[in-house]
Write a protein that binds this ligand. Structure first.
Ligand SMILES: Cc1cc2nc3c(=O)[nH]c(=O)nc-3n(C[C@H](O)[C@H](O)[C@H](O)COP(=O)(O)OP(=O)(O)OC[C@H]3O[C@@H](n4cnc5c(N)ncnc54)[C@H](O)[C@@H]3O)c2cc1C
Length: 373
């Protein structure tokens, strides 16, 4: 079997790249170790971020999220909720600055009358006095990945799930991949395996410097039908996201040594409830139905090899959240980022492959519908 591009990893990033490159006319195979969306993508909060959270901390990420929120809401409306989140807080230097920054960056943040919000959500803490409606909405991340795969397959892509990678060898300027299904040959490899990036990278003698940060989420019956987020300096435990009548409280942020070490912290249940109780006091009274943990792969420092996909004249890359690393030549690793920006990340990595392959076909994923009908 021969493909121009082989992608490892069937999460939001890998499936979005699968779609993008198939639409640009490449012959592409996606290899997933388990099943589609079985990694971080499914263990995230599944909130399509509107950018409000990052207006002060990282305005570039805030704008990327805002733009991608609009694109994904438009092209994948059937997997995106239509109820926007409120950000709630108390008047402070932070809330004032955040609202000013949102305005300057054109991030959707409509101030609403707190008394109207109390009427809509009686469960809210009455000490709050600021409420802002943002573009943040819930997204069904698994279905987003399925739709990407469906679209890729419609454009000729080949999907292989439950595949064990055995080895990668470079022979006469092409890669020979050995996996459970047999041997595949390819010109380009994309490694979109999220926190497992180094398990694939080690097969091509590369090491991607990473920090692993685990985040725990707990699930209980919802107190309201809207997502509520704490408008304060970005911190742990500031989001209550509502999915189909269930409130998802999260997250923690704990550094671990390896993705395999991830497990809900014993203190997380009490901690998350106490923190979210600052905006919704009655979360403390609700039993926890489920608790799960996902792992963020955060890019560490600079990498010695070529970094593509980002214009970075002033070295701000470190403060940004995704990174494309080519090491060795024609093997592209992508790390960091958000579920919200997966389409954009895929566009950047597909552009990098196009540049190498002298292909001028432009990305169409921001315009063409992903909906199944
Ligand atoms: C707790 C938490 C909450 C989050 N909340 C949000 C949020 O609300 N909104 C948001 O925008 N972002 C959020 N994020 C970030 C977001 O989840 C991730 O950025 C995104 O899901 C990463 O997707 P991915 O495809 O890069 O990785 P993954 O989803 O982890 O996909 C990697 C895939 O690679 C596969 N794989 C591993 N090894 C191999 C191999 N050897 N061969 C083939 N396949 C392999 C895995 O099985 C997996 O399916 C959150 C992250 C965490 C941890």
């Amino acid at each position: 079997m021969r493909y121009e591009v082989v992608i490892f990893g069937g999460g939001a990033t890998g499936t979005a790249a699968f779609r993008d490159l198939s639409m640009r006319g490449f012959s592409v195979a996606l290899i997933e170790k388990r099943t589609i969306a079985s990694g971080t993508t499914s263990s995230s909060h599944q909130n399509l971020l509107g950018g409000m959270r990052y207006v002060l901390k990282d305005p570039v990420v805030a704008q990327e999220c805002a733009e991608e929120n609009e694109i994904i809401s438009d092209i994948a409306s059937e997997v995106v909720g239509d109820v926007r989140n409120y950000f709630v807080g108390v008047t402070s230097e932070y809330t004032i600055s955040a609202l000013q920054a949102a305005k300057k960056l054109h991030i959707q943040a409509k101030e609403v009358d707190i008394d109207e919000v109390f009427k809509e959500i009686p469960e809210l803490n009455r000490d709050l006095n600021v409420a802002v409606e943002t573009a943040d909405k819930n997204i069904n991340a698994q279905r987003f990945c399925w739709l990407n795969c469906y679209s890729a397959k419609q454009n000729g892509g080949s999907l292989f799930e439950n595949q064990e990678l055995r080895s990668i060898h470079e022979i006469e300027q092409e890669f020979v991949i050995s996996a459970s299904l047999g041997k595949l040959k390819t010109n380009y490899i994309i490694n979109a395996t999220g926190p497992w990036v180094n398990t694939v990278a080690s097969n091509v003698d590369a090491t991607i410097p990473l920090t692993y940060s685990q985040g725990t989420i707990i699930v209980q019956k919802a107190l309201c039908s809207r997502g509520i987020q704490h408008l304060r300096e970005p911190a742990d435990a500031d989001a209550y996201i509502v999915h189909n009548g269930y409130g998802w409280l999260g997250t923690t942020s704990t550094t671990i040594q390896r993705p395999e070490d991830a497990h809900p912290e014993p203190w997380a249940d009490t901690y998350l409830k106490n923190e979210i109780a600052r905006i919704l006091p009655n979360v403390k009274l609700r039993p926890t139905l489920r608790m799960f943990t996902g792992v963020r792969a955060l890019a560490d420092g600079e990498h010695g090899t070529v970094e593509l996909g980002r214009h970075d004249p002033d070295g701000r890359l470190k403060s940004r959240d995704f990174k494309v690393i080519e090491d060795p030549s024609n093997v592209f690793h992508i790390i960091g980022g958000k579920l919200t920006t997966a389409r954009l990340m895929a566009e950047k990595i597909a552009d990098a492959v196009c540049q190498k392959a002298h292909c001028n076909v432009r990305c169409r994923t921001s315009k063409e519908s992903l909906n199944a009908d």
